[in-house]
Design a protein around this ligand. Structure first.
Ligand SMILES: [Zn+2]
Length: 281
């Protein structure tokens, strides 16, 4: 894919279009202030619906980028200006997170409720079983149902944030649910937020390349993605072996280093062994 960011704050890339709105930002970031990315869901199901809502003059909200379910992106506010996505918010001893952050809205319906054989969202959307996952939100104690993000969308979010981290001095990638935990549940547990920041920010702090080491990997390796909703990663190729970290969320990209009797040795920040059946690509 590949993105570039021009000095005027416009993102360029194959699947990027621009529908810029005026009068819905607070001017340029103060020098040195921009160091966060805030991830959101739209609570809807279509890119066009989200963009037309955010474009309405009376809707006192805006976001820099809106990410569709097919991985396409609409930019609405230049990346050098302060959009209105976080609202009343607080993080790392700061308030008013809009003045520090780029806001990315991802098209996703959020929490869902079962209604017979299917699921419904707060806004009336109807969803089949395969579009739904059950998970515990980081701010809650019990599991409930959530609209899944598509693989194209997760891949795109990772690449997009990678480009932003390379271009700007990003120190934090957070969810709206973390900067406004009393009011917000986006992007929710269906989005692999912890993996995203581990991959992008840890690799930078350790001075490692931001992108997975595709070019450096020997030819025998291949790239794959986790197809299970959560996949255990172990020290050794055995179900009895200790896990080396929290399970890998759906969509996590790994490099397969070696295969052995139904197991694949993979690399992300850490190496370990996973059941090969649950990898694809
Ligand atoms: Zn939000």
């Amino acid at each position: 894919m590949g993105f570039s960011i021009a000095d005027d704050g416009l993102l360029q890339g194959d699947k990027v279009t621009h529908e810029l709105v005026t009068g819905k930002d607070s001017g340029n970031f103060e020098p040195g202030q921009l160091d966060m990315i805030v991830m959101h869901y739209t609570a809807g199901t279509t890119l066009s619906g989200a963009v037309s809502h955010l474009a309405k003059p009376h809707v006192k909200a805006s976001a820099h980028l809106v990410l569709g379910r097919d991985g396409s992106i609409v930019q609405m506010i230049p990346l050098n200006r302060k959009a209105w996505h976080a609202g009343r918010s607080e993080y790392a001893n700061r308030t008013g997170i809009n003045q520090y952050s780029i806001g990315i809205e991802m098209v996703n319906a959020g929490p869902l409720k079962r209604a017979g054989s299917h699921f419904v969202s707060l806004y009336g959307g109807r969803f089949d079983e395969e579009e739904v996952m059950e998970a515990v939100h980081r701010n809650e104690s019990g599991a409930r149902h959530w609209h899944i993000y598509t693989e194209a969308q997760i891949m795109c979010a990772f690449e997009l944030c990678g480009a932003l981290v390379e271009r700007f001095n990003i120190q934090y990638i957070v969810g709206h649910e973390e900067v406004a935990p009393q009011r917000k549940t986006d992007p929710g547990p269906a989005f692999p937020l912890d993996t995203l920041r581990d991959q992008l920010l840890l690799s930078r702090s350790e001075n490692l390349p931001l992108t997975p080491v595709v070019e450096l990997a020997p030819p025998a390796t291949r790239q794959a993605r986790v197809s299970a909703s959560r996949l255990n990663i172990r020290e050794l190729p055995s179900l009895n072996a200790k896990t080396v970290r929290d399970p890998l969320p759906h969509g996590t990209r790994v490099t397969v280093l070696k295969q052995e009797q139904g197991w694949a040795k993979v690399r992300l920040e850490q190496e370990g062994w996973v059941k090969e059946d649950y990898l694809e690509g």
